[in-house]
Design a protein around this ligand. Structure first.
Ligand code: PLP
Length: 455
C-alpha cells in the first residue's frame, strides 16, 4: 500500500475540501488508515466498531477480500456509453430483478441514491401523464434538487421555495404521536384516512406517485404500523397512483430480508436503490420498475439518461457484491444477528434516557430523551447540522466515538446499523461499549442528582 502522510492529508483536506452538512470550521476529520470487516482504524491506530457501516452502505464490511480481488479485474470489460450492452450491466440488472419482488422487470442505472430518486420521479410522471408527487415529512431522499424536494425533514429547507406539485404528508411515528391509539391497526386507519383526504383535496387525477421509504432510516428507523403500507398500496390502486419505495438505505439485506418491502404484503410499482448494491466500493444507484411500467416504455421514449448510466466499473463491482450476499449468506446473517441485536436493544429500555428503541434486522435506532415521562427529546426538532453541535446529542455521539463505537445521530435518534458480516460476539462487545457510555453520559450530563442540565 502507498504510504500515507497523515498531516499532509489533513492539511489539504482543511484547505481544499468542502464537507457535507457542516460548518467547515468545525470539521476536523480523522483519516481511516485500515479497515477490516466491521472495524476500522484511524491515524493514531485507534480501533472503532463501525456501527453505522459508514453511512449505512458498507454491508459487506471494510476491505472485503472478494471485492478487493474484483478490482484487479477492472478494465477487462471495456468502458462503454449507456447505449451499449455490457456484460456487467446486463448481468447486474438480471441479478437485481432475480431478487426483487416478482412484479419487477427492468432496471435503470444511476449514480447514487438522490439521482435515482430524481429519475424515479421523472419515470412516474412520464408513465402516468400526471405531475404531483406525494412524499412524507419524516423522510430523506437525497440532496439533489429533485430528491431534496422529495425529502420531508429539515435538509429540504435549502431547496425551498420548493418545486410546485411536491406535496408532503405525515409519517406514522407512534412514539411521538399525541393520540393514544388502542392498537396499531387503529393508528393505520387514522393515518390512511388522513392520506386519502389529502389525495382528494389535491385531486387524484393530478397525482403521479406516492414516494416513501418503506421504513424511514435517517429519520429514526420508523417501522410502520400493521397494514399501513398495504393500505397505501390500496389507495394507490384506487386512484391510479404509482407507489414508489425508496430502498436506498433499507435495501440489500439491511432489514434481514433482501428489501424492506419483503417484510410486508404488497408490491410497489417502482423501487430505488443505491448504497448496498456496491456497498460503496464504487458509486451506483438505480430505479427498478414493474413489468407494467417497463411495458409503457416499450412504445414511449424514456426521456431521461446519464453519461454513466450502467457504468462498467460500478456494475462489475455490483455483480461481485450480489455474489457475496448470496455466497456468504449475508441476508440470513443480518436476520439472525438482528435477533441478537434486538435483545441488546430492548435491554436499553431500562435506561432513564432511552425513550424508544426501534429495530428490524440490522437496522436500528435508539431514541434518547431528557425525560422519559414527557418524552422531551435530547435535541429539539430541526436543531441538527451544526446548530446544536455543542448540545447533548453531539456530546453523546462524541463520547461513543471516543470509546470506539462509531456511529452518527439524526434528531434524537442514534443509528445502529453495522455491516451485515457482524458476529454475535462483536454485537455484544459493541453494545457493552454503548451501555458503558450511556451510563457515563447520564451521570455526567443528564441525571446529576439535580435537575436536568439544559442544552
Ligand atoms: C433513503 C435514502 N434515500 C436517498 C438517499 C440519498 O442517497 P445518496 O446520498 O447516495 O444520494 C439516502 C442517503 O442516505 C437515503 O437514506
Amino acid at each position: 500500500m502507498k504510504s500515507i502522510d497523515v498531516s499532509q492529508i489533513k492539511e489539504d483536506d482543511q484547505q481544499y475540501v468542502l464537507h457535507s452538512w457542516a460548518k467547515q470550521s468545525s470539521v476536523h476529520p480523522k483519516v481511516i488508515q485500515k479497515g477490516e470487516g466491521i472495524f476500522f482504524w484511524d491515524e493514531s491506530g485507534k480501533k472503532y466498531y463501525d456501527m453505522c457501516s459508514q453511512l449505512v452502505y458498507l454491508n459487506v464490511g471494510h476491505n472485503h477480500p472478494k471485492l478487493m480481488e474484483e478490482f484487479k479485474h477492472i478494465g477487462e470489460i471495456p468502458l462503454a456509453a449507456p447505449g451499449f450492452a455490457t456484460a456487467s450491466k446486463a448481468e447486474l440488472a438480471r441479478k437485481i430483478i432475480e431478487v426483487a419482488p416478482d412484479n419487477m422487470a427492468k432496471v435503470f442505472f444511476a449514480n447514487g441514491g438522490a439521482d435515482s430518486n430524481d429519475h424515479a420521479v421523472k419515470i412516474a410522471r412520464m408513465a402516468t401523464g400526471r405531475y404531483k408527487i406525494f412524499s412524507r415529512y419524516r423522510s430523506y431522499h437525497g440532496a439533489t434538487f429533485g430528491a431534496g424536494n422529495l425529502s420531508g425533514e429539515g435538509r429540504r429547507f435549502y431547496v425551498e421555495p420548493g418545486l410546485p406539485g411536491f406535496i408532503k404528508f405525515e409519517t406514522p411515528y407512534l412514539y411521538r404521536e399525541s393520540i393514544d391509539f388502542e392498537s396499531e391497526e387503529a393508528a393505520t386507519a387514522f393515518y390512511l384516512d388522513r392520506l386519502e383526504n389529502q389525495i382528494l383535496y389535491e385531486g387524484p387525477d393530478s397525482i403521479a406517485a406516492i414516494f416513501m421509504e418503506p421504513i424511514p432510516g435517517s429519520n429514526g428507523v420508523l417501522i410502520p404500523p400493521k397494514g399501513y403500507l398495504e393500505g397505501v398500496r390500496a389507495l394507490c390502486d384506487k386512484y391510479g397512483i404509482l407507489m414508489i419505495c425508496d430502498e436506498v438505505m433499507s435495501g440489500f439485506g439491511r432489514t434481514g430480508k433482501m428489501f424492506a418491502v419483503d417484510h410486508f404484503d404488497f408490491q410497489p410499482d417502482i423501487m430505488t436503490f443505491a448504497k448496498g448494491v456496491t456497498c460503496g466500493y464504487s458509486p451506483l444507484g438505480g430505479v427498478i420498475v414493474s413489468e407494467k411500467v417497463a411495458r409503457y416504455f416499450d412504445d414511449h421514449v424514456l426521456m431521461t439518461g446519464l453519461t454513466y448510466s450502467g457504468h462498467t466499473v460500478s456494475t462489475q463491482i455490483g455483480c461481485a457484491t450480489m455474489d457475496i450476499y448470496k455466497d456468504e449468506h449475508l441476508i440470513e446473517n443480518a436476520s439472525a444477528m438482528g435477533n441478537i441485536l434486538a435483545v441488546r436493544l430492548e435491554h436499553l429500555r431500562r435506561f432513564d434516557s432511552v425513550g424508544d428503541v426501534r429495530h428490524i434486522g440490522l437496522f436500528a435506532a435508539v431514541e434518547i430523551v431528557k425525560d422519559k415521562k414527557t418524552k422531551e427529546p435530547i435535541i429539539a426538532y430541526g436543531m441538527d447540522y451544526g446548530r446544536d453541535k455543542a448540545g447533548l446529542m453531539g456530546k453523546f455521539v462524541s463520547m461513543l466515538i471516543e470509546h470506539g463505537f462509531y456511529t452518527y445521530s439524526h434528531e434524537s435518534s442514534v443509528m445502529i446499523a453495522p455491516p451485515l458480516v457482524i458476529t454475535e460476539q462483536e454485537i455484544n462487545e459493541a453494545m457493552d461499549i454503548f451501555e458503558e457510555v450511556l451510563t457515563l453520559f447520564e451521570k455526567k450530563y443528564l441525571f446529576t442528582g439535580q435537575s436536568v442540565i439544559a442544552n
